[in-house]
Design a protein around this ligand. Sequence first.
Ligand code: MSP
Length: 517
Amino acid sequence: MSKYYLTTAIDYVNGRPHIGHAYEKIMADVISRHYKQRNMDVYFLTGTDEHGIKIQKTAEKSQKLPIEICDMNANEFKKAWKLLDIDYDKLIRTTDAEHTQIVQKIFKKLMDNGDIYKHSYTGLYCSGCESFLNPRDLTEDGLCPDHMVKPEEIQEENYFFKLSKYKDRIVEHIKTHPEFIQPAFRANEVLNQLENIEDISVSRSKESVSWGIDVPGDDSQIIYVWIDALSNYITALGYDPDSPSDLFKKNWPADVQIIGKDIMKFHAIYWSAILMALGLELPKTILAHGWITIDQAKMSKSIGNVIAPKDVIEEFELQYPDAFRYFMMVTAPSGKDGNYSDLDFKERVNADLANNIGNLLNRTLNMLVKYFDGEIKFVPKSSDIANEALKTVESVKDKFDRFELAEAAQDIVNFANVVNKYVNDTAPWALAKDGKLDECSEVLYNVLESMRFIGILLLPYCPNISRDILSQLSFSESGYDSLNWGLIPVGRLTEKEKIKPVFLRVDSEFAGDKKKS
Ligand code: MSP
């Protein structure tokens, strides 16, 4: 079994989880489940980013200790991921004792190597970015382009990291490893940013920020949040500059690090330089996703349009998170921004999950009961539908290998469309009526076997619906090994009482008490 290590960005805990955070974690979970189905030994890390001025200010405002805010909100993130069936292996908190100790060791190692030096500095700090900004990156009005606030001018003596020393190696790495930055169109942005790269401040004086990890040997300073935060990807595995753990040796370098497009610079440049300074390999791929808007507007506390994942689950009284997971994955083409609206959600999941996939299974099982007492009479020879199914498997695999999750889901739906058309064209009800029972049995078999493929392919997006589809087909294997045509055996498959819809239209009269339409 080959190992597969994937990580997500770690979320700031100055607020609660919203569907933008959820989008990324669902994406990671979908990738993780997919590679597990292909027999990979996956390790999936997520976490929360708990130090820095943002959290300190939130705590001050609510007259709480920073750690109280962290505990409270980290718990909200955990609850949200549970609700969404995000099946991670570890959720790291940057306030974990193991993490803070190793971050200090990492900092010390960088100092000992001469990669960190002390320097007096005046700079423009944006607390939204938790980063100093370059004056040339500001808007015409002198605002941070991401947060539209004026950065604060800060004069301090800080520790600096020799980022510029690694510039040429990073440029070289990007140019010689086309898979390193995904989608590839983001590589140019990073190369442009690298042109003007300077050494970065990696500490803050405690007078300005006190909520952070102490610089080793200097208790007047704390370690800059990005060094602290980025290190999570290795501290979580038990990396230690002196004696790295077996888990680390097994899993590093990461196979994919999933982040939002806004934090590409920190990952492709800062993180690469830190890894180079530590003598560690770079991750194989940094995958930047787009942003999720709500009704085409940026989500923001001030606009008041922030939606939590649980809002959607509750609003539509969803029994499982599957429909929400599915929608989030199909709403944005790979690497691009996507939008959430209640209406789009309803239309999309009703069309794809209820009408296209759910009804197809339901209709076919009912015909099997009606015409054959729920029995598979024989396994027919291969057919065009079988070829189409096998082609879909290859195409879904290729798309996953390129992290094109919306596009892979579309392949599954397209296949379901083909099967629906096949049912309509062959009209098994008419075949039964005309006494052409062998032909009818063949059509039903092809459809049910297709449904088994669809159930397995859909699993990463909709694990509960997938389980229900496979259980209706009395089939328990869900790995890619069982994507061979013709595995539903001859014999009794189902009976009337066992047939249940796998996904009800949202807003339908069955979907929930309040939703009678
Ligand atoms: N703490 C840093 C990341 C450190 S990683 C070593 C951070 N936190 S965040 O809470 O602001 O964002 C966490 C992740 O959620 C980021 O990848 C960010 O891009 C993503 N998103 C935040 N809002 C988002 C949307 N509206 N849509 C999609 N993703 C979004 O940055």
